[in-house]
Each structure stands twice: as C-alpha cells, then as structure tokens.
Design a protein. Structure first.
Length: 364
C-alpha cells in the first residue's frame, strides 16, 4: 500500500528510506564538495579523516563515494565494527578482503600487507573505510600507522578513510597518536544541518506541490505592500519627551553612591564576582586529570565568597572597630576564597595554554 503523501508530491517511492540506490541519492552542494574532496584525496593515494555529528550524512557521503569512484583502479573495503582489539581488527580486515586469517597477530599483519602489495602490482589501489573510528581501541590506533608503511615508507600503496564523531579528531590530536595523525593529510568535517544550507529542495515535484522553504504562513492580516507609508506605522503610543539632563546633579549622585559602603567595592577597582570558566575538553582531562577537581575547587571558592558577602553585608566596606569577631573572620575568609579562586584560575589557564601549544606544535 502506497503512502498518502507519495501521490500528493508526485513521487513513486518514499524519499527518506534507507533503501534508495546509490545512484539516486540526492546530496546538497556541501555534501557534493565533500565527495569531490574525498575523490581528490584518493587520487593522490592519501589518507583521510572525516568527522561529523550523528545524522549529518557521513554514510550517505561514503555511499556517493562508492558510486562515483572508478572501479578499475580502486578497491573499497568497508568495516563498521570498530570495537575490536588489534588482533580481531586485522582478522576482520582479512575476512573483508578475502584472505584466510592466520592464528597470530604478526601473521595477520603480514598477510594483509602482502595483499596490499599484490593489488599494487595489479595497479589497484586498496582503500579501507573504517566507520565509527572514534570507538577504536587505543592499541589499534597505536599500530594503525604501521599498516601505511611500505618500502621504507617511500610508497603510498594504501589509503585509510577514518570516519567518526568529532571525538575522533580529539583523540587523533593527542600526542600519543601523532604518528598516525601526521600521515592523514586530508581532514574533513561535515557541518550540522541548518535551514539556510538546505533551503532548496529537489525539483522532482510539480511547482505547485513543492514544500515552502520559508515555513507555513499563518492566517491573519496581510502586510501593506512595500512603499506604503502604513507599512512602517507603529501601533504603540508615541514616546514622551525626555527631561533635560542636569549633569551637575548626576555627578553629585555618582559621588554619593561611591561614598556609600554598599557600593564601595563596586567602584573602587574591585574585581567583579562573575567570570567565565573554560571547561576542559576530554583530551585535556586525559592528559591532565587534576584539571577536573581543581575546576570544582575553584567554583566552590567563588560560591563561598559570594555566600559570605551575601550573609555579611558589612564586609563590603572598611573595617570598623566595633564590628564583631564573626564579621572580621568572614571578611578574612572571603578574601582568602578570592585569592584561592584567582590562584586556581591562573594555574588552569597556564596548563590549558601549554596543552594548546603542544597540540598546535605537533604534528603540523
């Protein structure tokens, strides 16, 4: 039984099904540019990393690549089970390319390398598409760059296409994975879907039945045409004229506010209590685990200082001889919390700057 909307939009098959052939996939301009970049990289016998959020079209791009790549000079091998150890990963690749797997990890690697060299002798370039690569074990990533080394690393006989979520890029940027990341010369990213990028729709439906990209027009009063003075008319009442400013009176009011103990800390050069905090990324926490507890300690110090100033308003002003010991202790404690917060913030800033410098300094 056909869907009711098929006849309305004059289509023969459901347009959002997974069973659409590769040749009939519709890709927007941004996805076509990604496919062209992949084809150029594989023509150079280079490796690629492709990242993007779930649902942005990574698998559709790979299917379009499979349809457009020349079958005579390339052989694609698609692997989507990335949650395997190093030996099982190579055994899976051997099954995918048609090699009988051996018992040991060294034999598996040797058989796979021989297969790549035999295809190169036949003028066929193998391409391994590793989907969900952000889930790969670390021991597999540590050994993966050796699979690209042939003839003393002087021949590009194999291309790897690593596809995954943005966490894959963060893992490759780690210093431990710099040997693999330095061999991936093409780094692509598929941006998230936005209405502006996908405003145009396929033109297979009649013009009267195409979807309106600007949304649904609600019923109501139509706006006057352009050029009509009523188009810019305001329904609200006119504003009342402002009273003339007395600058001397405003200056006197500002001086009175500065003399008030409640506003003294605000105008005497004290630092504001609000501050933006940069959360460390998973890669930063992997390299520097103390950043997480130190961030919580910094937030606790800031909250404690604010709570003390809210409870004891008198500590905002200067010390008074008649104040109680509790207020004096709260004043000292609030200052110590501010000092601790500033020290932790400075330490975290320096550590994050060092990590950014190391990440930019290598591999390029």
């Amino acid at each position: 039984m056909s869907q009711p909307y098929l006849a309305h939009f004059a289509v023969k098959e459901p347009p959002f099904s997974k069973e659409i052939p590769d040749a009939e996939l519709w890709l927007p301009t941004s996805k076509l540019a990604t496919v062209e970049a992949l084809l150029d990289a594989l023509d150079e016998h280079a490796s690629v990393v492709l990242v993007g959020e779930p649902g942005v079209g990574k698998t559709c791009v790979l299917r379009a690549l499979r349809h457009r790549i020349p079958a005579a000079g390339f052989r694609l091998t698609y692997c989507h089970n990335a949650t395997l150890g190093r030996r099982d990963f190579y055994r899976q690749l051997c099954h995918a390319v048609g090699i009988s797997p051996a018992a040991t990890a060294g034999s598996l690697f040797y058989g796979l390398s021989r297969h790549v060299e035999e295809r190169a002798a036949e003028r066929i370039h193998p391409v391994f598409l590793l989907d969900e690569a952000h889930l790969m074990h670390q021991d597999t990533l540590d050994h993966l760059h050796i699979l690209l080394n042939y003839a003393w690393d002087s021949r590009a006989l194999l291309s790897l296409v690593l596809v995954g979520l943005p966490e894959l890029r963060e893992r490759l940027e780690l210093r431990r994975n710099r040997s693999l990341y330095s061999r991936v010369h093409h780094r692509l990213e598929i941006a998230a879907l936005t209405p502006r990028r996908h405003r145009r729709v396929p033109t297979h439906a009649p013009p009267s039945r195409r979807l309106r990209p600007r949304g649904i027009r609600l019923r109501g009063r139509r706006a006057p045409p352009r050029g009509d003075p009523r188009r810019h008319a305001r329904s609200r009442p006119p504003r009342r004229p402002r009273a003339p400013r007395d600058r001397a009176q405003e200056a006197q009011a500002r001086r009175a506010r500065r003399r008030c103990p409640r506003h003294r800390g605000r105008h005497s050069g004290a630092r504001p209590m609000s501050r933006r905090v940069r959360l460390p990324s998973p890669a930063d926490l992997h390299q520097e685990p103390p950043l997480g507890p130190l961030l919580l300690l910094e937030l606790a110090a800031a909250v404690a200082a604010n709570a003390l100033r809210a409870q004891h308003v008198a500590i905002e002003g200067d010390h008074h001889p008649a104040e109680t010991a509790e207020i004096t202790t709260a004043r000292v404690l609030a200052r110590e919390c501010d000092l601790l917060r500033d020290t932790l913030h400075d330490y975290r800033r320096r550590v994050l700057a060092r990590l950014d410098h190391e990440r930019r300094a290598w591999p390029f």
